[in-house]
Design a protein around this ligand. Sequence first.
Ligand SMILES: *Cc1c(COP(=O)(O)O)cnc(C)c1O
Length: 382
Amino acid sequence: MNIPFHRARITPDEIDAVNEVLRSGWITMGRATLAFEERFAAAVGAPHAIAVSSCTAALHLALVVLGVGPGDEVIVPADTFVATAEAVEYCGARPVLADIDRDTHCVGPAALERAITPRTRAVIPVHFAGQPCDMAAIMDIAQRHGARVVDDAAHAFPASIGGAAIGSCADLTCFSFYATKTLTTGEGGMITTRNPEWADALATLRLHGMSRDAWRRYSGETSWRYDVTRLGYKYNTTDIAAAIGLGQLARADALRDERERIAQRYSRAFAADAALIPYAIRPGGVCAWHLYPLKLNLDSLTVDRDRFMALMRERGVATSVHFIPLYHFTHFKGRGWSPDGFPESEWVFAREISLPLYPGMTDAEVDYVIDAVLGIARANRR
Ligand SMILES: *Cc1c(COP(=O)(O)O)cnc(C)c1O
């Protein structure tokens, strides 16, 4: 059997919706985008949602509206996708790394508190694998230090903590609709917020800082004339993407349930083997299950993580690693960061393997992945 790491599933209805946009004569940001924003905002219980071209663009704009700039520090997890830190550097600010928790792979309150300084303007929690961070504690710490919270929710739709949807907790929340994410439009992103002034600023910033977007001008609803009120960006989305997003949004809860059932089967199967560490979920939250991060108990095995992945590949199962900690990258050399400073991130990185997890995986495929993991663990026991 050959099991890919991810397989996007676009329904015939979603393809029809794209065709409708293509035939309509207006294919970039317009009516479908407005509808997508409205329904997404309702889904996460936020008054405002602004669609953009990616989560990376969303993170950048969120920091721009907060006025983050040179001299400022923004706290990000040491073990996250590079986009989280890149957005900080786009603003000329300095990313400061906080170590992750070895069970959840999220940044916990204690690590956050340790990373805060008087220069901290914002913190960016990442809801790893779709597992919500402890938002009550994070909001409280940030408020006490006069810092804002921008959620990197690239993995976390739909997810909630203490009954509050991710998207309604932080000052600004950034979602990704990249090809492998839980809701996909190929490429795309969304920012949600409760603050109407930030929402207005984001709508302007995503399209060149123009006072009225092109759709409203060409539709004849308003005059052709516009102003450029500030330096903006080309970060808008398209109605082609929004049409896919609207369809995916309607199925989001059912798709999450399907991923959770697969994740629970993985966890049950791996809990019985001392060489395997199932992904830990803290009580009180609903996880979006973007990833299934298995960890290896290296003390019980004669092989390391890379060899384990190669053996999975030999059996036809594609796996991945989330993530390479930022301090390993060439770009970040010379910042005074070293593996010694982030023991938990280093510990997770040596042990983590992300398994295939997506709706449409058959029971036979899930069984096959489980058998491959258990078989390799048994054959390479110390
Ligand atoms: C995928 C991802 C991003 C970037 O999302 P894009 O939509 O591709 O820009 C940011 N942060 C994390 C944690 C991600 O996994």
